[in-house]
Design a protein around this ligand. Structure first.
Ligand code: AAL
Length: 390
């Protein structure tokens, strides 16, 4: 009822300029008294407005309170990370999915610790970062409860020039496959802002989440051929296991700011080191920014936010390729990195998610740009009573 109430409150307040009398704590009876109208499940036999016609194309999607793939999101500040009083010299962003290993949660993320905050491409050099994710390494932290984290230090260093990632290694995600661990990440060969973002994906592997990590030192998911939708970049690699194979969803973007178009594609491999074959129907999601997906029932669900015509939606693809909008929501986590218990179990009955990490960007404002990791909680799980999901 509170979700319904918020939606109604916003719709009335926003569109009609009227203030609803209902207190945020109102119970269902109060809501029913104020809004006695109930949408009939059968389409009424009378002329309907365009909006009313539309509502009957997917009745369930209009009932957020009954929609398994609808949620709002709650945010909590994390304990354990130092940001140098927010002066912009330390940044943590783009976290990986959360991995549970021997009772401990692990997260990997882009870590920047530079003598000055980002100064833009023109002023950047070997020690001055251009953007928040320039001159970065991949670090990791562990936690027992998902709220208090202990930073463990570097997982992936920048390699020597000219190896892939020498300028910056960022935006990683984890795969567990046959007892080994793989971190996929963006390997920058030039400063971000100087077309360094036109980067491919590389990988490092280890026998334990604590490392040591061996860099593959080669591109594992290459940019597309000239003229293809993903010719400029492969970003935000996000591995899951499905049908005995490695499914890596990723983002690419084309065009120039402010008209950059961002979409998401899928690359599939039998081996974590490739070769990865890009799906012939790519791109499979037309919107969104960083990738955030999780197995759900037979299919896969995606949090799609920030960019594109279908931003602020949660989408679902039963065949893991053809996505449909399942719900429309708001205030979604950026760079959402959920705890996905069945990410690598090749499940045929995905159970969903209840929490994860995300980032808040541009903390500190102009001149002190940096990002912070935060926790989000949501209700996208079919097992809300399972203590594992808490
Ligand atoms: C993000 C990600 C990728 C981009 C940049 C750093 O949050 O989409 O990683 O390259 O911004």
């Amino acid at each position: 009822p509170s979700i319904l109430l918020m939606a109604i409150t916003m719709a009335l307040g926003g569109c009609q300029g009227k203030k609803t009398e209902i207190a945020p704590t109102a119970d269902k009876a109060e809501v029913d008294r104020a809004f006695p109208f109930v949408l009939p499940e059968e389409k009424p036999d009378r002329p309907l407005s365009a909006a009313m016609e539309r509502i009957y194309t997917d009745y369930e999607a209009t009932q957020p309170q009954h929609n398994e793939l609808f949620s709002q999101f709650k945010y909590t500040e994390l304990k354990g990370f130092d940001y140098n009083n927010g002066d912009g010299t330390i940044s943590r962003r783009d976290p990986s999915k959360i991995l549970l290993h021997n009772g401990t949660y692990y997260v990997w993320y882009t870590y920047r610790n530079t003598k000055v905050p980002p100064r833009g491409a023109a002023m950047s050099n070997d020690s001055i970062p251009s953007t928040d994710w320039d001159l970065s390494e991949i670090w990791y932290a562990t936690s027992k409860d998902g709220f208090t984290w202990e930073e463990q230090g570097v997982a992936i260093k920048r390699p020597e020039k000219p190896l892939v990632g020498w300028r910056s290694v960022t935006t990683t995600d984890i795969l567990e496959w046959k007892g080994k661990y793989y971190l996929y990440y963006q390997g920058f060969m030039e400063a971000s802002g100087k077309r360094g973002d036109d980067c491919p994906v590389t990988v490092s592997y280890a026998d334990s989440p604590d490392g040591p990590w061996t860099p593959y030192n080669k591109v594992v998911i290459p940019n597309g051929e000239a003229g293809s939708w993903d010719q400029y970049s492969i970003h935000d690699p996000y591995p899951l296991v499905h049908n005995g194979k490695i499914y890596v969803y990723y983002k690419s973007d084309f065009g120039e700011q402010p008209d950059k178009v961002r979409m998401q594609g899928l690359a599939i491999a039998d081996d974590p080191l490739g070769p990865f074959e890009k799906h012939p129907l790519n791109p499979v999601i037309t919107s969104g920014h960083e990738t955030s997906l999780f197995p759900f029932r037979k299919g896969v669900a995606a949090l799609v936010y920030k960019d594109g015509p279908e931003h602020n939606t949660i989408q679902y693809a039963e065949d893991w390729v053809n996505f449909e909008i399942a719900s429309i929501t708001e205030l979604m986590p950026y760079a959402a990195a959920p705890y996905v218990p069945d990410a690598f179990t090749d499940t045929k009955d995905g159970r969903g998610i209840t929490w994860g990490l995300a980032h808040f960007i541009n903390q500190g404002g102009r001149g002190k740009i940096h990002s912070k990791l935060v926790r989000f909680d949501c209700d996208l799980s079919l097992d809300v009573d399972d203590p594992q999901m808490k």
